[in-house]
Design a protein around this ligand. Structure first.
Ligand SMILES: NC(=O)c1ccc[n+]([C@@H]2O[C@H](COP(=O)([O-])OP(=O)(O)OC[C@H]3O[C@@H](n4cnc5c(N)ncnc54)[C@H](OP(=O)(O)O)[C@@H]3O)[C@@H](O)[C@H]2O)c1
Length: 245
């Protein structure tokens, strides 16, 4: 995919750390300039931007708390101001709290809805308004759980299930100029703060018998952004078969 995205500008949410950073670097390797969004991870986001610049692309970090409506609505206009018109949006920022359905409080519910569902949808609509008919591509980061909801991580799962539905709905609403696809991941990186399930136990449920690699997630994201232009409303599962178990 080298240079396939040259001249394009991508906004990657949650790009200071973990998968978001890898998505930013993958898009930069494919030629795109990058808006590195962060909330708390300002220093890591600046480091991501530096890594992108080392690849010869432009990069700027932009902060926004996506639980805050005003900051969410301000992010795309701010991104456009910094580097020029964004045409690729990767909605990767999310929270993932291990709270079951029966333990879910209104506050837990609300923050998952705001960060994991409202923000990606509003950012996509803002992108569509700003592109005004020019081509664009959106990838929403989903989870196999969104397509096979269980009782664990309840607010997270329901918000991601909403985002899966929004992916399909927006693919129709924003066609033909903007393609909207989803990438439903399985076990790629263990949650930073989750001691509840040992990584070896997770793998017992994965038919391919291993964790996915970060590079594989990047490759799938790039396929949705820069692969066949006829692809929209697709939700690609990259989970080693976890959703089948
Ligand atoms: N890791 C996996 O194996 C896996 C599996 C299934 C699905 N996914 C999905 O893939 C995506 C990336 O996964 P990940 O594990 O790399 O993510 P992660 O570590 O769970 O996500 C953290 C990211 O979200 C951002 N974020 C959290 N709260 C925010 C807020 N209020 N406002 C703005 N940004 C906020 C963080 O930014 P700051 O650090 O700057 O605050 C950070 O960059 C997520 O959507 C996740 O649900 C991942």
């Amino acid at each position: 995919m080298t240079d396939q995205l040259t001249g394009k500008i991508a906004l990657v949410t949650g790009a200071g750390v973990r998968l978001g950073r890898a998505f930013a670097l993958g898009l930069a390797e494919a030629g795109a300039d990058i808006l590195v969004h962060y909330n708390r991870s300002q220093a890591p986001a600046e480091e991501t931007a530096e890594l992108v610049r080392n690849l010869g692309r432009r990069a700027v970090s932009v902060g926004a708390d996506l639980s805050d409506l005003e900051q969410t609505q301000g992010l795309l206009p701010l991104a456009n101001e910094k580097l020029g018109p964004v045409s690729i949006l990767i909605n990767s920022a999310a929270i993932f709290e291990a709270v079951t359905a029966t333990e879910t409080t209104p506050a837990v519910w609300q923050r998952h809805q705001d960060i994991n569902l409202r923000a990606p949808v509003l950012l996509t609509l803002a992108l569509a308004a700003s592109l005004a008919g020019s081509p664009g591509a959106v990838v929403n980061l989903l989870d196999w759980r969104a397509l096979r909801p269980g009782p664990d991580h309840f607010a997270y799962t329901i918000a991601k299930a909403g985002l899966a539905a929004a992916t399909q709905s927006l693919a129709r609403a924003l066609a033909p100029n903007i393609r909207v696809n989803g990438l439903a991941l399985g076990a790629i990186l263990p949650p930073a703060d989750d001691g509840e399930t040992p990584p070896s136990k997770i793998i017992e449920q994965v038919p391919l018998g291993r964790w996915g690699q970060v590079d594989e997630a990047v490759e799938a994201m790039l396929f949705l952004v820069a692969g066949p232009g006829y692809l929209t409303g697709e939700i690609m599962l990259l989970d080693g078969g976890r959703h089948l178990v």
